[in-house]
Design a protein around this ligand. Structure first.
Ligand code: GDP
Ligand code: MG
Length: 441
């Protein structure tokens, strides 16, 4: 998958102290292949890779991040950029009802989306109504009524039995009805065709002209691959739209449509659907999608936070103390807290080279245990933290009671601390270092 390939390309950079031109070229080549295989449109791929290359070459030496992390950061930022940057929220009309028109090919997921959107709007405190303006397929009106029933929202539908009605007329009457009954959002479901054709575009633009929507949302099945781009362009030129909704992201292993559509059409993605259920739908956040595509989830936010939390002076001092065997429980607590500021420990460990193969163990890292450790150290007096050797039996009991743990927990912590301190000192000695340094640069 795209995630795996990108992660692979980027993990080759791990452990490199400095990136050569060759490293950057090789990584960019891998990224290019990954994107092409994911069906990302060629012009988008070209632009993307060029941008990564330029920025990776020009990257400044960073205190907080190593070169691999810097490239991950750049790739992530560029991904967010082509996905649209900021989250684009729905715009509501000053004078209700806000009219949202859905357009797209048959089967793209418009009717399903109408229900999800209405439900979502309702949860936000709006009073949405659905308008059944797909009079093409025999069952379409009925389908919308079922969907509306599930979402527990009102559906405006043409009276049955009058022959084939006029969708433009239905749309007009729906607006009047919504206005008079004070619904504040009207979601207009429309007909699609199997392929792009003139009739489809004409009908869609007729409805558009009749209801002057505040938002026209182009609904795009993310699973259709390269064709997505052509369809999107046809709708942009034929009807025009203000935003995109990606559907069936649950079935899209490749991510090509998501990465192409914004660049190709110039319009942002507003929502994403990832299942048939009413709740399998959410506002589209470019940054979250980017990290999903990168397959590095929280690692990215860690990188961000590392840059913020990184205090070179403090880390240096701690490393020096470790090397000299002077590391105290107070230092340990400080370090632990500054690391935990970055997020769940499993994610932080996941950033270490080679940690990818330890997923299972990482999943078992117990945050509660860390809380306990923190509580125990907090239960100690400054003198005890400074010199844990003075912690005798009665002190152990006091600490245990004060921090709500058993005496054995306190014993274990103190013993492990001594072991770890000895080990750190030995390691530093072996490498001839005053401290452990180096790792973060
Ligand atoms: P329309 O012709 O554009 O109105 O499309 P429909 O709303 O009728 O959806 C077509 C099919 O796609 C239906 O079987 C839906 O259940 C299914 N569908 C819609 N959205 C999603 C989605 O996000 N994920 C999955 N897996 N299926 C979806
Ligand atoms: Mg439909």
């Amino acid at each position: 998958t795209l995630s795996e390939r990108l992660t692979g390309a980027l993990s080759d950079l791990r452990g490199k102290g400095r990136l050569s031109e060759t490293d950057i070229d090789a990584t960019c080549r891998e990224i290019r292949i990954a994107l092409l295989e994911a069906d990302v449109a060629l012009p988008v791929v070209r632009q993307f890779v060029k941008q990564i290359k330029d920025r990776a070459r020009g990257a400044e030496v960073s205190e907080a991040l190593n070169p691999a992390q810097q490239v991950v950061k750049i790739v992530n930022e560029e991904l967010i950029g082509i996905l649209g940057g900021e989250t684009r929220r729905l715009r509501f009309a000053k004078n209700p009802p806000t009219v949202i028109m859905l357009a797209g090919l048959q089967g793209s997921g418009k009717t399903t989306l109408a229900g999800k959107l209405a439900r979502w709007l309702k949860n936000q405190g709006h009073t949405p109504m659905l308008a059944a303006c797909d009079l093409q397929r025999p069952n379409a009106v009925n389908q919308l009524q079922i969907v509306g029933g599930r979402a527990e929202v009102e559906v405006f539908a043409p009276e049955p039995g009058n022959g084939v009605g006029d969708p433009v007329d239905v749309a007009r009457r729906a607006i009047a009805d919504a206005k008079s009954r004070q619904y504040d959002v009207l979601v207009v479901d429309t007909a699609g065709r199997l392929g792009v054709d003139e009739d489809l575009m004409r009908q869609a633009s007729d409805i558009r002209d009749a209801v002057t929507p505040d938002e026209i949302l182009f609904v795009l099945d993310a699973m259709v691959g390269q064709d997505a781009v052509n369809t999107a362009e046809a709708f942009r030129d034929g009807v025009g739209f203000d935003g995109v909704v990606l559907t069936k992201l649950d079935g899209d292993a490749r991510g090509g449509a998501a990465l192409s559509v914004r660049e190709v059409t110039g319009q942002p993605i507003l929502f994403a659907s990832n299942g048939e259920g009413l709740d399998e739908f959410d506002v589209f956040h470019p940054d979250r999608m980017a990290s999903r595509i990168l397959g590095m989830g929280d690692v990215l936010s860690l990188i961000e936070q590392a840059e913020q939390a990184f205090d070179a002076g403090q880390a240096e001092a701690a490393a020096k103390k470790m090397g000299e065997g002077d590391f105290t429980l107070e230092d340990f607590l400080e370090q632990m807290m500054s690391v935990r500021k970055m997020g769940p420990i499993a994610n932080i460990l996941g950033m270490l080279p080679g940690a990818a193969g330890m997923k299972d163990q990482l999943a078992n890292v117990d945050e509660k245990h860390l809380d306990r450790v923190q509580a125990i150290i907090r239960g100690m007096t400054p003198a005890e933290r400074e010199d844990p050797k003075i912690i005798n039996g009665s002190r152990r009991l006091r600490i245990a009671n004060g921090s709500g743990v058993g005496v054995t927990d306190v014993n274990q912590l103190v013993e492990r601390f001594f072991e770890a301190r000895k080990m750190m000192k030995n390691m530093a000695g072996q490498f001839g270092l005053p401290g452990m340094g180096g790792g973060g640069r």
